[in-house]
Design a protein around this ligand. Structure first.
Ligand code: MEV
Length: 309
């Protein structure tokens, strides 16, 4: 018997980095997914279509997650886990959280654990901490819950109800980077300028609450202005880079209402919103310049799992 789960990826709409330090942040689940298949076996093994066998050590955090679940629920951790992903790694789109959430959900299904989203997030964080050091948990929360989520550490994540469907534009800069080193870089800024950083954290929190309101109402023009403002604040703390700034400018010159880096920055992706009907020409303009760009209709459902007998 095999259990299968599919989890969405994510884009942070506002508040990344500051969320690690207590701000509200807003994130949306994206339609690109990671699929995990698990079945019992004579030993624990993890394979992925994105890793060669020489790179398989990069999958070690998944083993940690399965072992943590096996310990808590007293089952045998020996199983075969295989991953298939539509999400590029190091692109700021939550590839690791999506994989963790898919694995936890598939294992939960295999062992009839019926885990709630809060437990799926808790076990996913075992792997997320091993990879990213000190993540806030927002990526795992939105990949598990789906939709659009307002998140602050220490609060229960809130799922936003949108009055209709919305469109985001996501474009990958082509430059991969490590979330762990970006989180460390921001912690160093905080250490050097604590009160300045505290003020920016409060501002970022407010920005996320306003962004949630605008998105819920469908005021994409207002949301666009907030995205561009948030990009400027992220540049101030040093998590943007020349290629991302240029990409943001390019998206704006193609007619977007607003754009910003999404996720850890330093490379990765940009998220943008545009006037209705303009998304297609913006995406083809970006693709014409060699970027991997796609349109994301939100909300997207969270992780789902099933048994294949
Ligand atoms: C990464 O998607 C978002 C960061 O804020 C890190 C985190 O919240 O875990 C950069």
């Amino acid at each position: 018997m095999k259990a299968i789960a599919e989890a969405p990826s994510k884009a942070i709409i506002t508040g990344e980095h500051f969320v690690v330090h207590g701000a509200w942040a807003l994130a949306a689940a994206l339609p690109r997914r990671v699929r995990a298949e698990v079945s019992e076996s004579h030993r624990i093994s993890v394979t992925s279509d994105r890793f060669s066998s020489a790179e398989a050590h990069g999958l070690h955090p998944i083993i940690g997650v399965v072992e943590a679940m096996a310990k808590e629920f007293s089952f045998n951790a020996r199983m075969r886990v295989s991953l298939r992903s539509e999400v590029p790694e190091g692109a700021g789109l939550g590839s690791s959280a999506s994989a963790m959430v898919a694995v936890v959900s598939a294992v939960s299904r295999l062992h009839s654990l019926d885990l709630q989203p809060s437990d799926i997030i808790r076990f996913s964080m075992v792997g997320e901490r091993e990879i990213h050091g000190n993540p806030s948990g927002i990526d795992a929360a939105v990949c598990a819950m789906g939709g659009v989520v307002l998140f602050r550490p220490g609060n229960a994540p809130k799922r936003l109800s949108l009055e209709g469907r919305r469109t985001l534009i996501v474009v990958f800069s082509g430059k991969r980077r490590s979330t762990k080193s970006q989180i460390r870089r921001v912690a160093a800024v905080k250490g050097t300028f604590p009160s300045f950083f505290g003020g920016l954290t409060e501002a970022a929190s407010e920005v996320s609450l306003i962004a949630a309101e605008r998105l819920a109402k469908g005021d994409m023009k207002g949301l666009g202005r907030i995205l561009s403002f948030n990009h400027a604040v992220l540049s101030t703390i040093g998590v943007s880079c020349r290629s991302l700034d240029k990409l943001v400018d390019l998206v704006l010159s193609l007619g977007a209402y607003g754009a910003k880096l999404t996720g850890a920055g330093g490379g990765g992706s940009v998220v943008a919103v545009a006037p209705g009907g303009k998304e297609k020409s913006i995406i083809s303009g970006l693709r014409g310049r060699g970027f991997e760009a796609f349109r994301a209709e939100i909300p997207v459902e969270g992780v789902k799992s099933w048994l294949n007998r």
